[in-house]
Design a protein around this ligand. Structure first.
Ligand SMILES: Nc1ncnc2c1ncn2[C@@H]1O[C@H](COP(=O)(O)OP(=O)(O)OP(=O)(O)O)[C@@H](O)[C@H]1O
Ligand SMILES: [Zn+2]
Length: 721
């Protein structure tokens, strides 16, 4: 090859041709450095004939500068990148960038210098050094990373090196990870588990594409079951990717994995330090990382020999990426498995309707675990009708739920209260003048956080200290909290059971994998009596002493009219209910509701999942909603309201007229202002067969907008705000 076409990592540019200098070896997938004007850019050599471009005469081609010391991106990954860009209407460069997600890794391995505390007796200490000594306990990393962890400057740490408090250690950034041992602690599977495990193992050994829907009730041991397939892949010398929806769940998973396989898997998520990222990326690419557990971005890692993908809690909406390339990791996982010709397992106790439909249509093989492991019974779900039974004034827990909580405390058992709302109260207003605290950047109220004494926007992160006086009328002590958040429920718990140890569990409190591990440890070993949490505590956790789950507001998810509201409410409540009674003692679930007759609440109360899914399927079918029809959203935004409106109108004005496509809008988005940008939306509903992407491309590509306007396309949207 003496010339090649490259994908340059610049979304604004198309593919470019380069000359391959004598003596340089490249092949499709090679990661190279190429000249671009006066600059040097990273690029990936692509397969001939797959990318459009203009033929440049050989004499005019500029030569590539170098090849980076990493294996070329393999063909299945290149096909996945093309598919993702095409399906989600994203620039190829943006998708490639997700695969090349550690710039340090691309520069090669080699020795790096890290630092750690020496344990030497400190002399007189500055406040900053004291802080560093506290926070760096047990840490080893580069100076820059340590500075971030310690919250001090590089120079403070360099001073500490000089004073003998920190020492340098040379480490090989390419050192291999310990290898999981498939025979380390093999569990005795129940007959139902064993049958499914055997089926999965057989397909792993055949090494062919097959999607599975592992549909097992909460506590049925889905993890133990698919772990046999992981063991088989390791034995066959292949790598495994396990996707989890939330970093907070990772720690729990690592511990369980280690118990089964003798060492933890390699973790991949956004809070990795850059040196950890570099090592993980390279080991994945060179085959030294056998099992990777990660968030959705792990899907684009350059595995050397992938043999199996598991998507755990596959129904979770957290698998949908909501900015940049707006992909659904669950669906992309199935495509990766197809290109790699390997099996993929979607595991869930409450599968997405889309997944069930694929099983129905015979595209996915459905494997069912109908019972909990070890004879544990499914919990008893009861309704607390808030129309007939009211909480005390200014309180949120009805007498039945309060009694049940007290009973658990007397028996020394654990309870969980679920409310999907962070902070103390969703709205704060002034009693005197009625002033409401609103975010200056978003159409949203500020949420009071009493633990941190702040009012915060949950959309953009804007925060202000909670004021003493009303900013409008100046009256002191006049602010009232309206409605409950988890912190307020925790306060109510403290009134009911003053001695109980109450833990508030949300993304504000479980801020790191270490904090999550600490929580799991406490909750498992009798250190917490009542957990009050958001959706973060609904899934994955296994606390044997937990026997009561109280859903504070079962109706909350049904407000707002989102097309998946009923399904999501069903999933969330079934999942949180599934935390109860997983050990030897039976579990009870109390749902507080004002709409006991709503189909989803009724289905939950009588445990009739099939009836709920059947009704929901029919509703979707008649609405032409997924999986029977398709949706896409166009979101137009600008910092200038008139500019956003104009752009949306221009898009609306050039809408194609097609029989099988319905286009709604443009209208101001429900979140009309978000992070300082004014937003308009169009919603497209099309038949499955309509070639939606082509329609969108032909519609939008010719349009030109002012530079401040952003037009984002969301294929198969999950969010309608
Ligand atoms: N074959 C087995 N041998 C020993 N313990 C098992 C076995 N199968 C499951 N268990 C245990 O039963 C409990 C429930 O299993 P697990 O957490 O895998 O369920 P799950 O199906 O993933 O549930 P959920 O969907 O609620 O997360 C765990 O403590 C697990 O270790
Ligand atoms: Zn905001």
């Amino acid at each position: 090859m003496n010339r090649c076409r490259c994908l340059v990592l610049n979304a604004a540019l198309g593919p470019l041709d380069y000359r391959v200098p004598d003596g340089m070896h490249v092949e499709p997938g090679s990661v190279v450095v190429a000249p671009l004007g006066p600059r040097q850019v990273m690029a990936v050599v692509w397969d001939e004939g797959r990318l459009p471009g203009t033929e440049v005469p050989a004499g005019k081609l500029r030569p590539l500068l170098s090849v980076l010391p990493v294996p070329p991106l393999a063909a299945p990954l290149r096909r996945l990148i093309e598919w993702t860009a095409d399906y989600y209407l994203a620039p190829l460069a943006s998708v490639v960038r997700m695969a090349l997600s550690s710039s340090a890794a691309l520069q090669g391995g080699g020795m790096v210098t890290e630092y750690r505390l020496t344990g030497a007796e400190p002399g007189r200490l500055t406040a900053q050094r004291t802080q560093a000594l506290e926070r760096l306990e047990g840490q080893q990393a580069t100076i820059r990373e340590l500075a971030e962890i310690a919250g001090v400057s590089d120079s403070v740490l360099r001073g500490m090196v000089g004073a003998g408090l920190l020492e340098a250690v040379r480490v090989d950034s390419d050192r291999p990870y310990p290898e999981p041992d498939p025979h380390h602690a093999v569990p005795d599977l129940s007959p139902a588990q064993a049958e499914i495990a055997a089926r999965l193992v057989a397909v792993v050994e055949e090494h062919r594409f097959q999607p599975f829907l592992l549909d097992g009730v909460t506590g049925s041991g889905k993890t133990e079951t698919y772990s046999e397939a992981i063991a088989a892949a390791i034995e066959a010398g292949r790598q495994v990717l396990i996707l989890l929806p939330e970093i907070a769940l990772t720690q729990n998973f690592l511990t369980r994995f280690e118990a089964r396989f003798g060492c933890p898997p390699v973790a991949w998520h956004s809070s990795l330090k850059s040196s950890e990222r570099r090592r993980a990326w390279r080991q994945v690419a060179f085959g030294g990382a056998k099992v990777v557990v990660g968030a959705r971005s792990a899907l684009f890692l350059p595995f050397a020999a992938l043999g199996l993908i598991i998507v755990d809690e596959a129904h979770e909406i957290a698998f949908k990426q909501e900015d940049g390339v707006r992909y659904n990791a669950r669906d992309v996982a199935v495509m990766r498995a197809r290109f790699e010709q390997i099996p993929v397992v979607l595991a869930s106790a409450t599968p997405a309707l889309e997944s069930l439909q694929m099983a129905e249509a015979g595209r996915y093989e459905r494997l069912i675990l109908p019972d909990r492991f070890g004879g544990a019974q499914m919990p008893d779900i009861k309704i607390v009708d808030l129309r007939t039974e009211q909480p005390e004034r200014g309180h949120w827990l009805a007498p039945t739920l309060v009694r049940a909580l007290v009973e658990r405390a007397e028996r020394g058992e654990q309870s969980l209260l679920f409310l999907n709302r962070r902070g103390y109260a969703p709205l704060t207003l002034c009693r005197t003048c009625g002033y409401r605290f609103q975010c200056p950047n978003c159409s949203a109220w500020l949420v009071e956080h009493r633990l941190s004494r702040r009012l915060a926007c949950h959309h953009c992160g804007h925060e202000v200290p909670t004021p003493e006086r009303c900013p409008e009328c100046g009256e002191p002590d006049c602010l009232v909290a309206c409605g409950p958040g988890v912190e307020r429920i925790a306060d109510e718990m403290a009134e009911i059971l003053p001695d109980a140890r109450v833990a508030v569990v949300t993304s504000d409190t479980l801020t790191s994998p270490a904090k999550a591990a600490e929580f799991v440890d406490l909750a498992t070993h009798g250190g917490i009596d009542v957990i009050v949490g958001t959706q973060l505590v609904t899934k994955g956790f296994h606390f044997p002493e937990l026997t009561l789950v109280g859903v504070v507001d079962a109706d909350m998810g049904l407000e707002g009219g989102d097309l998946r509201a009923a399904e999501r409410t069903y999933q969330q409540i079934a999942q949180v209910a599934g935390r109860a009674g997983r050990g030897e003692k039976p579990g009870e679930v109390l749902l507080q509701t004002r709409h006991p007759e709503a189909p989803v609440i009724a289905a939950l109360a009588c445990g009739d999942r099939d009836a709920f899914y059947a009704a929901e399927t029919e509703a979707r079918r008649s609405a032409g909603a997924p999986p029977f029809g398709r949706w896409a959203a166009i979101i137009v935004s600008s910092e200038d309201e008139a500019e956003a409106r104009e752009a949306a109108r221009a898009i609306g004005g050039t809408r194609p007229a097609l029989d099988d496509v319905m286009i709604l809008g443009p209208t101001p988005a429900p979140l009309a202002l978000l992070r300082g940008r004014y937003r308009y939306r169009l919603l497209i509903n099309a038949r499955r067969s309509s070639g939606l992407q082509t329609i969108l491309r032909e519609w939008l590509e010719p349009l030109k907008f002012p530079p401040g306007v952003r037009v984002a396309v969301d294929i198969d949207p999950y969010s309608f705000v």
